[in-house]
Design a protein around this ligand. Structure first.
Ligand SMILES: *Cc1c(COP(=O)(O)O)cnc(C)c1O
Length: 422
């Protein structure tokens, strides 16, 4: 099936007389007729639900749909994008291990890796996404466990050379973890370019309506966890009376361990109600992404020729340094987020933003409603102009998340906000 069809059809096929739409199974627990069948579930011999922290039928539907969209063997929903990264990384990293990550990742992930994981004894080397293959290979250490990057970074909109990063990781017998939140599997399927584990904040385009936080981990099933570097998959897990993950779960070893060990111990599960809302969002993801792609490109082109605009960053523009990478990895479109600079600096940018009538000022992106944020006066407002420049946030910078409204109305709103700047 094509991804368009998978958005609508995958993950749930009701049997005779069952509800056509995925029901919300609002139950923490599941009833069994005898102790033996419950015991077999606990031993991971039989498949089935027994406690919602480890699995829920409504969550399963969204998990199966997303795994299918990404081309993976299985998925695990989490309560947020942050907990998806946390569960996925802890699944193979502990104190004394090392991670290589691109520096242009979401601020929350940057803190998770650079501050919180560091406190727990995991060391991280940050590299520029445009690093050469040879320089990247120099960063590997004997204790390196994974390579991490974002396909289309939030908020800097850099396009990652996924194939190159995958080759470097695989040459060192290590997996590539990819956060694919901004492209979604509609614009890019990283597994096809060598990614082993794919992560999402489903709070963005997948949910799409800004109604529920969530995250997901997708396992490609392609990485060989029995290559000698990951004994936790090939030796008995004492906390599961001796389960050996590669033996018991085969290709789905990573995602099964993430669920039965990491989710069991850390616990950031998705709520069934949120999984239901996510499934509704996923059913129209392909239609929404098409409109986000075309609206954002039209907006970026309009802004680029505007005399009140200092610069525009959107990888779909020929002027973007990442245009060639975007042609290869994002041929269908570069999603809906643009950043641009307003001539006149911080004051002009804030006035422009205050003049917008339809685009709403919110601390969120990748939503079906056009929204806007001025990082220098909000998320980064404590910094001086010099500090802003050194962390890549320019005083005149606007982050514009283009929605799925009619493009003429979006552009008129921008135009009237510029006119009021005079
Ligand atoms: C928002 C975001 C996250 C974090 O997700 P939450 O659902 O807010 O926890 C991680 N990665 C990227 C690229 C994001 O945009």
């Amino acid at each position: 099936m094509h991804n368009d069809t998978k958005c609508v059809q995958s993950g749930y096929s009701p049997k005779n007389g069952e509800p056509r739409v995925t029901p919300i199974v609002q139950s923490t627990t599941y009833k069994y007729d005898d102790a033996q069948s419950m015991g077999r579930l606990f031993d991971l011999v039989d498949d089935g639900f027994f406690y919602t922290r480890l699995g829920n039928p409504t969550c399963s539907v969204a998990e199966n749909k997303i795994a299918d969209l990404e081309g993976g063997v299985g998925a695990l929903l989490t309560s947020s994008g942050q907990s998806a990264s946390e569960i996925a990384i802890f699944n193979i990293c502990g104190a004394g291990d090392h991670i290589i990550s691109t520096s242009t990742i979401y601020g929350g992930t940057l803190n998770l890796l650079g501050v919180t994981m560091k406190k727990l004894g995991i060391e991280v080397t940050f590299v520029d996404p445009s690093i050469s293959f040879d320089d990247l290979c120099k960063e590997f250490k004997p204790n390196t466990k994974l390579v991490f990057g974002e396909t289309l970074s939030n908020p800097s909109l850099r396009v990652l050379d996924v194939e190159m990063f995958a080759k470097a990781a695989h040459d060192h017998d290590l997996p590539l973890f990819i956060d694919n939140t901004f492209p979604t599997p509609i614009n890019l399927r990283p597994i096809e370019f060598g990614a082993d584990i794919v992560l999402h904040s489903t709070s963005k385009y997948m949910d799409g309506h800004a109604v529920s936080l969530g995250g997901v981990i997708v396992d490609s099933g392609n990485f060989n966890w029995a290559n000698g570097k990951f004994p936790e998959f090939t030796t008995p897990d004492d906390s599961y009376h001796g389960v050996v993950y590669t033996k018991q779960f085969g290709k789905a070893a990573f995602i099964s361990k993430a669920r039965v060990q990491m989710m069991r111990d850390l616990g950031p599960m998705a709520a069934p109600q949120n999984a239901f809302l996510l499934t509704l969002g996923l059913e129209t993801l392909h239609l929404r992404m098409e409109r986000h792609n075309s609206n954002a490109l039209a907006c970026a082109k309009y802004l680029e020729q505007h005399d009140k605009v200092a610069w525009v960053n959107y990888p779909g523009l020929k002027s973007s340094p990442d245009y060639k990478l975007a042609e290869k990895y994002l041929p269908g479109g570069c999603s809906g987020v643009i950043s641009f600079g307003v001539k006149g600096g911080k004051e002009a940018a804030m006035t422009f933003m205050n003049n917008l009538k339809m685009a709403a000022i919110v601390c969120h992106v990748a939503d079906l409603r056009t929204s806007v944020l001025h990082p220098a006066s909000t998320t980064h407002r404590q910094l001086t102009e010099d500090q802003l420049k050194s962390c890549g946030v320019l005083p005149e910078q606007i982050r514009f998340s283009v929605g799925i409204e009619n493009i003429d109305d979006i552009i008129s709103d921008i135009e009237q906000a510029f006119e009021a700047l005079k």
